[in-house]
Design a binder for this molecule. Structure first.
Ligand code: P6P
Length: 341
């Protein structure tokens, strides 16, 4: 029986093939993976670990923080600040960036994360996850500031997530395709269980929060109405719907069997482009989806081409099976043309 391939072995062998996983980047990914294992332990304890429920505080998004949101954030900060591979970190749970303290060496990378995405599902035992994105600190002339983080998603050196579900699975890209590692709890190692992940270009499964239907823009309504019309309608096939309300879980399903995920702009907050955050939700997920042969747009353009103007800026998200994303994006572009005309 072949030896299981560990995360470290995978990264070393990928470097031999492609030559751009430096030891610093490998160290960073291994540290993040170890932090995810520690988060998994806290998540899996649930009520036994007195980690459920609200922390009684709000994050920069104005959302009530769960105890596990704060625990996960602290685990990632503590695991990463001493290693010498990072200059700074940014988190959904922190207003501003966390610069590596002077007592530690600074590295070339910037780490961004949503420490525990989908936290409304924590208390009801539904899959949640950690999302992370790695950028390079481009300007080495001075200290690090928030501006160093404001790079388009296409600049990412690596991206991934760890989903805490029936299995604890780390999903990663460094720009050479997507690999999945399942946590072997007996050895404590992430073991390679899928590489060269590929999303089918077509699908019969869409993910959207249908309760927002009356707030959508016409192109989204047009697209979903066609899906709901099924084989009697213009699409000529029936669709199924899934909505976990944990982006990590919905994206993991799409990477595993295809599908399309939509969190579009809606009229509830007309001055915001969408609910999800560009830097540490949409960009890392877009990198993974594109590396697996899918597409990711904001309804008009490629998410990874968007140049950020603020650390916590939001974006509309349409990602997954290429042909479906291209269709709903085309509907948006046609609607723009009609408005302009
Ligand atoms: P809604 C979780 O809070 C999250 O940021 C994503 O993980 C998820 O896809 C979305 O929000 C769910 O939003 O409005 O359906 O609760």
């Amino acid at each position: 029986m072949a030896q299981p391939v560990s995360l470290t072995r995978y990264l070393v062998e990928q470097h031999r093939k492609h030559g751009h996983i430096t030891s610093e980047l490998r160290l960073l990914i291994e540290v993040v993976a170890r932090a995810c294992k520690r988060i998994a332990i806290s998540v899996n304890k649930g009520a036994l670990g007195e980690v459920l429920g609200s922390a009684g505080s709000e994050n920069v998004q104005g959302e009530v923080q769960k105890k596990l949101d704060i625990i996960s954030n602290e685990v990632l900060i503590e695991a990463n600040e001493w290693g010498g591979h990072l200059a700074a970190m940014a988190s959904e749970e922190m207003d501003s960036i966390h610069v590596v303290p002077n007592r530690y060496p600074q590295g070339e990378f910037l780490l961004l994360f949503d420490p525990l995405d989908g936290s409304s599902n924590i208390d009801v035992n539904v899959s949640i996850g950690t999302i992370f994105s790695v950028l390079r600190k481009v300007n080495n002339q001075r200290g690090v500031s928030e501006e160093d983080f404001l790079q388009p998603g296409k600049q990412q050196a690596a991206a991934g997530y760890c989903v805490y579900g029936p299995q604890t699975t780390l999903v990663l890209t460094v720009g050479d395709g997507v690999a999945m590692f399942t946590l072997d709890r007996e050895t404590g190692s992430f073991v390679l269980t899928d590489e060269d992940v590929s999303i089918p270009e077509d699908t019969k499964e869409f993910a959207i929060n249908m309760s927002n239907m009356r707030h959508w823009a016409p192109p989204v309504t047009r697209y979903i109405d066609e899906c709901l019309a099924g084989k009697e309608g213009s699409r000529g096939k029936d669709f199924n719907m899934r909505w976990v309300a944990s982006m990590v879980a919905d994206v993991h399903r799409i990477l595993t069997r295809g599908g399309v995920f939509l969190y579009p702009w809606d009229r509830r907050e007309p001055n915001k482009p969408g609910k999800l955050r560009l830097m540490y939700e949409a960009n890392p997920m877009a990198f993974l989806i594109e590396q697996a042969g899918g597409a990711a747009t904001n309804g008009e353009r490629r998410i990874m081409d968007i140049v950020p103007t603020a650390l916590h800026e939001r974006v509309a998200v349409m990602l997954g099976s290429k042909n479906e994303v291209e269709r709903v994006t085309r509907y948006h572009v046609e609607a723009q043309g009609q408005q302009a005309g």
